[in-house]
Design a protein around this ligand. Sequence first.
Ligand code: HEC
Length: 149
Amino acid sequence: MLRFWTLLVRTLAAGALATVAFAAWADDAEEGRDHYVLLCSKCHGNISEDALSWRPEALFHQAVTMPLGPPLTGVYGREAGTMPNYPYSNAFKAAIENPWAWDEDSLDGWLLSTQDFIRGSTMFLKVEDDAIRAQVIAYLKKYAQYKPE
Ligand code: HEC
C-alpha cells in the first residue's frame, strides 16, 4: 500500500513538473514577442506567416532611415545568410563560408554581441540581459517551421 502511494505521488509530481516546464516555455515565447517588437522588428519586420519572403518594395520607405535586416520568420533552424535576395554584408558573406544553422547557441552568441560574433556585420546590437536573449530566442523558435519561399 505504501508503494502505491509513493508511486501515485511521484506520478503527480512528474505531471506537475511537466506542466510547469511547459508553462515556462510558453511564457518565454510570449515575453519574447514584446522584446522582439521593441528591439528587432524595426529592422526585421514582424514575424508572421505572411512575411515569408524578402519583399524590398514593401519595406523601401524604412530603408531610408535604417539598415534593414532579413525577415526572421523561420530563422530558427535556417542556415545563416541564406535569405533569398537579401544583400548580406561582405563580413557576413565571408563568415558563412563556414556555414551554420541558427540554433539556441549561435543566436545567443549573435545577440550577446553581433560585432564579436561577426566583426564588420551591418547589425550592431548587444543584448546583455540573459533572460531577454532567451525569451527572444524562444519567440523565434516558436516560428521555426515557417520557411522562406
Ligand atoms: C538597426 C537594425 C537591426 C536591428 C535593431 C536588429 N537587426 Fe538583426 N540584422 C540587421 C542587419 C542589417 C542584418 C544583416 C547583417 C549583415 O549582413 O551583416 C541582420 C541580421 C540578423 C540575423 C541573421 C539572419 C540570417 O539570415 O542569417 C539574425 C538572426 C538577426 N539579425 C536577429 C536579430 C534579432 C533577434 C534582433 C532583435 C533582438 C535584431 N536582429 C535586431 C539589422 C538589425
